[in-house]
Design a protein. Structure first.
Length: 347
């Protein structure tokens, strides 16, 4: 109850004033205290839920305007273009007309030969036709934040045309809060420990975000069932992985470069974007309506609040990731304030 009360000044005053006035017969003291606690808890919960609902502004039923996200993104992103391929494809590396100037994760310089070997295994490089032919793409990016717990947003999330999920965030057992539709899942080897059957759909696109050449090599090894590599990862990726080759794509590193340089405004690209931040940049190039849900971290001083809806990991785990979450929070606020994206939860 304390957490709810202290999040709302009215609740705080109610609980405080009624408690300090509690005097009288000791026999009634315990009963009175119990009634006060229940009254305050009820008021705090009501106000907390009312505040939550007030902050849930956008709706999937909003009119989707073709090109709307693009017209807004052009204001923020210089040299904005939708001409860049969404996913890497084999033909790009047989005859390289515009060689990338950056190595991974911001470009493919130095990884061309490895990419050719991997892309030759998949033979699938496009977005599915049923998504490409949509006259207006309504997208939601489902973050992994603790805000989604008990949000009951599952049915709402399922109504979007494109549902983008991140890393190893589970769906099974959390359907009421996060839905069960997954159009794309952005991940990297260390975050590939999701259950392909329970947490994805049969046609879910498994989109690899390569942070280093070893990430592409891992995927090639998995598909070819070659000898596993155990060194070079900050966390051991799955040894056995059940992803289907026809559903696997590699996200164009162009979006990572745009995220670092234009969205985060990171000097010399020193801040490595999170998968969630990258997903927003991608969606601004791919979708016509971009909504987000479950983004935001607890305050840096809050050592006990879980950061994910599905586990009890706290902010301590973010200390050595290389991500600048303060910079990302500022970037997301700019996107929200300028109306470029909208939020199903609050930030």
């Amino acid at each position: 109850m304390a957490a709810l009360c202290f999040n709302n000044e009215i609740c705080h005053r109610c609980c405080y004033l009624r408690t300090i006035k509690m005097k009288g017969n000791p026999g009634w003291k315990a009963i009175t205290f119990f009634l006060i606690v229940m009254f305050c808890f009820g008021m705090c919960w009501f106000l907390h839920m009312e505040l939550y609902m007030q902050r849930s502004y956008p709706s999937v039923h909003e009119m989707c305007i073709p090109g709307d996200a693009a017209s807004k993104a052009e204001i923020l992103i210089s040299n904005y273009s939708r001409d860049h391929p969404v996913f890497l494809q084999l033909s790009d590396y047989f005859w390289v007309k515009n060689k990338s100037i950056y190595p991974l994760p911001y470009g493919t310089n130095g990884s061309e030969e490895l990419l050719m070997k991997f892309l030759a295994l998949t033979n699938h490089y496009q977005v599915p036709e049923e998504i490409r032919r949509l006259p207006c793409r309504r997208c939601v990016i489902v973050g992994n934040g603790h805000l989604l717990k008990n949000s009951l947003l599952g049915e709402t999330i399922n109504k979007y045309d494109v549902v983008i999920r991140l890393n190893n965030a589970p769906v099974h057992k959390y359907e009421k809060d996060v839905g069960n539709k997954t159009t794309m899942r952005l991940f990297y080897p260390e975050s590939a420990d999701f259950d392909p059957e329970l947490d994805n759909n049969p046609d879910t696109l498994l989109v690899l975000v390569p942070f280093k050449p070893l990430d592409i090599q891992w995927m090639k090894i998995i598909l070819n069932n070659e000898k596993r590599v155990r060194k070079g990862f900050w966390k051991m990726p799955p040894i056995i992985w059940e992803g289907e080759a026809e559903n696997i794509r590699i996200l164009n590193p162009y979006y990572m470069a745009v995220t670092a340089i234009q969205i985060l405004e990171s000097e010399n690209m020193t801040a490595i974007p999170t998968t969630g931040m990258l997903a927003m940049t991608f969606a601004l190039h791919f979708c016509d309506m971009v909504h987000i849900a479950g983004f935001g971290y607890p305050a840096l001083t809050n050592k006990k609040q879980p950061i994910h809806y599905y586990e009890k990991v706290t902010m301590k785990s973010m200390a050595e990731t290389g991500h600048n979450i303060t910079l990302e929070a500022q970037a997301i606020k700019r996107l929200l304030q300028q109306g470029i994206i909208s939020n199903l939860t609050y930030f």
